[in-house]
Write a protein that binds this ligand. Structure first.
Ligand code: SME
Length: 158
């Protein structure tokens, strides 16, 4: 059988993500499983979430891959820019993105999708690749669909 196309792989992933989301679990458990599912299918260099914290910075959440930067200010790096612009950012060559935050020297391209809930960016999904130009409109389309499925984050209040 021919290798599945990228769209076919994403269709499978979407089905898997819908099945994985467990309403009886915390949002944290669900987000952790979802980034593992993306990695299981695509084996990128790094895949994970950052969430807006109470100091108005992006703070590292569940992820798969090497250790990463823990805090990213608003409008800084690709993640902070996606947060500020409220839109997906595709970066074919991270070395040409002004202000890119290099958590790893192995990363060469990146896609960041904002997670918008109740009209506010509450975090981002960030994926890094060692390949240049790894991500395109197909990735954007499907990853935005996955992000729309994410359960609402219940902020931790004291
Ligand atoms: N490169 C990102 C930082 C996060 S790491 O890639 C995991 C950025 O420029 O915002």
């Amino acid at each position: 059988m021919a290798n599945p196309t990228k769209s076919e792989q994403y269709e499978q992933l979407l089905t898997q993500v819908k099945a994985l989301i467990d309403p009886n679990c915390s949002w944290l458990a669900n987000y952790a499983n979802i980034c593992a599912a993306i990695q299981d299918n695509f084996h990128h260099w790094w895949c994970g979430f950052y969430f807006v914290n109470t100091n108005n910075q992006l703070e590292l959440g569940p992820f798969q891959g090497p250790v990463a930067c823990t805090l990213i200010p608003y409008n800084k790096g690709v993640c902070g820019s996606s947060w500020a612009k409220k839109e997906t950012i595709l970066v074919p060559d991270v070395h040409k993105f002004e202000g890119h935050i290099a958590c790893s020297s192995e990363s060469n391209s990146e896609i960041v999708i904002p997670i918008i809930q109740n009209n506010m960016v509450i975090g981002v999904l960030d994926i890094d690749s060692i390949n240049f130009s790894q991500f395109d409109e197909i990735d954007q389309h499907y990853l935005e669909s996955i992000v729309e499925l994410l359960p609402e984050i219940i902020p931790v209040t004291s």
